[in-house]
Design a protein around this ligand. Structure first.
Ligand code: NAD
Length: 487
């Protein structure tokens, strides 16, 4: 359970000491061989918490608990499962401020955004899962067969740090809705909200073992889960490199793998688009959560004739971002989540300069007055060409690359010229034209004219952005097996 060594009403100063894992409905000591990991606050670089590093016997215990809980949970009537998900949503609602504060400290997201994304979005997802599963057709006729959809079994859910509650719930809610049981492993960078989620599940009355939480380094705890022969499925969100390894290790036991990986998504601004709306919106879609968003629109493709105007508008939009303390009301750009992440992003900025991209605004140095915390300047490059690293590699920071094109076909080719295919955008004065271009993009999501993210719609990638889908009916079906019964 949580122990706060600094009891104070100011939750931004709370120290989070987590010394137990959530296994089989109980808060258990870790086996002691793994040690502990420190959690570092993004804006202050101070240690803000500690979590246990699970050992291999803890992973075994977590998987055994999920296995033991599976027969009863998979047979629990759908309506009861839906009610428990709704109860978890209600539990989450009561802890909104605490969760938002926690994740703002771990990840650096400005607090007001955290309330919406790190707490509000998972609440919506739990509600959607509860609603959808209640009416989902688990059986269909394929005469003379009966086709039944059954839960896949024990799911290892492995998540990154950038949207830790959303990513946990995008797996847990839908796996549980399907009747599967889960072992959740959060990232070592932002593990604390997973404990809160377990407390919420416990408070909602989720039966023991249906959800289990283990923490620790990916290459130890994550790897052990992926390799485990009693795990039926791995649902992984993270980097493409680790995703490749997850796929390879999981293949040894031929378990199902769903991968949500990186992106380098293109925002195609067509020649009839309203630039004064398209450009600031595109900058915002790149800088969301300080650019630590897998579906960020990091490549802005613009007609060559409009390049100068786009650069000016992008510089103007970037200048409106106020880097600083995630808890200061004026802050619109928090720090990055970790030192390693900040250094990677700064290195990517230096490399873009070295490769000849034009620095429109920003750069590799710390924003003025922010020598402490993992801050990066809001940065815009223009004159980017498709072979540059800044056009090809995921940066995961507030760094936009503007590329010029000469025809609509070239814009589509440039958008699709990527190892990734997670998201994309199209802007046009003509919605039909925008839709036609959206259909040509080889990505799992496309937004037209700045449309909002829809948590009811399936989310996932083409190409090296992964395989499988989360959210909506497709997200539920990830966690289902299909059985044909001949009669
Ligand atoms: P990461 O791949 O380093 O780690 C993700 C998770 O995998 C962590 O929990 C980590 O501990 C674990 N892990 C590490 N090595 C492992 C191994 N060998 N076996 C099993 N698990 C292992 O990613 P990150 O740095 O935490 O997150 C950033 C990345 O996540 C970015 O590339 C981003 O694009 C991607 N991401 C993708 C989506 C999506 O939905 N497509 C969403 C968010 C983030």
């Amino acid at each position: 359970m949580v122990t706060t060594t600094t009891a104070t009403t100011d939750t931004t100063a709370t120290f989070h000491e987590r010394d137990h894992l959530y296994l089989g409905g109980r808060w258990e000591d870790a086996d002691g061989r793994g040690g502990v990991s420190e959690v570092v606050e993004a804006a202050t670089e101070q240690v803000m918490g500690r979590v246990p590093q699970a050992g291999s016997s803890d992973v075994d215990r977590a998987v055994a608990a999920a296995r033991a809980a599976f027969p009863a949970w998979s047979q629990t009537p759908v309506g009861e499962r839906a009610e428990l998900l709704s109860a978890m949503g209600a539990g989450l609602a009561t802890r909104t401020d605490e969760i938002a504060t926690l994740v703002s400290r771990e990840v650096g997201t400005p607090k007001n955004l955290s309330v919406l994304i790190h707490a509000g979005l998972p609440m919506l997802t739990l509600a959607h899962a509860a609603e959808l599963v209640a009416s989902y057709p688990f059986e269909a006729e394929a005469f003379p067969s009966l086709v039944v959809r059954e839960p896949v079994g024990v799911v290892a859910a492995i998540i990154p740090w950038n949207y830790p509650v959303h990513q946990a719930v995008a797996k847990v809610a839908w796996a549980l809705a399907a009747g599967s049981t889960v072992v959740l492993k959060p990232s070592e960078v932002a593990p604390l909200s997973a404990f809160v989620l377990a407390e919420i599940a416990e408070g909602a009355g989720l039966p023991a073992g249906v959800l289990n939480v283990v923490t620790g380094p990916g290459r130890v705890v994550g790897d052990a889960l992926v390799a485990h022969t009693a795990v039926d499925m791995v649902s992984f969100t993270g980097s493409t490199n680790v995703g490749r390894r997850v796929g390879a290790v999981a293949a040894r036991s031929v378990k199902r793998v769903a991968l949500e990986l990186g992106g380098k998504s293109a925002n195609v601004i067509l020649d009839d688009a309203p630039l004064d709306q398209a450009v600031p919106d595109g900058v915002a879609k790149c800088f969301l959560n300080a650019g630590q968003t897998c579906s960020a629109l990091t490549r802005m493709l613009v007609p060559r004739a409009a390049l100068a105007e786009v650069e000016a508008l992008a510089a103007e939009a970037a200048a409106t971002y106020v880097p600083g303390d995630p808890f200061a009301p004026e802050t619109t750009l928090g720090p990055l989540a970790s030192l390693a992440q900040r250094d990677r992003v700064r290195a990517a900025i230096r490399r873009a300069v070295d490769e000849g991209a034009t620095l429109v605004t920003g750069g590799p140095s710390a924003p003025e007055g922010l020598s402490r915390g993992y801050f990066v300047r809001p940065t815009v490059f223009s004159g980017v060409t498709p072979e540059m690293a800044i056009a090809r590699k995921e940066v995961f920071g507030p760094v936009l690359a503007i590329l010029a094109y000469d025809s609509e076909d070239e814009a589509v080719d440039m958008a699709n010229d990527s190892d990734y295919g997670l998201s994309g955008g199209v802007w046009s004065g003509d919605p039909e034209r925008a839709l036609a271009v959206a259909r040509r993009l080889r990505t799992g999501q496309v937004e037209i004219n700045g449309a909002m993210f829809n948590p009811r719609a399936p989310f996932g990638g083409y190409k090296q952005s992964g395989n499988g889908r989360e959210l909506g009916a497709a997200g539920l079906e990830e966690f289902l097996e299909t059985k044909a019964i001949q009669r």
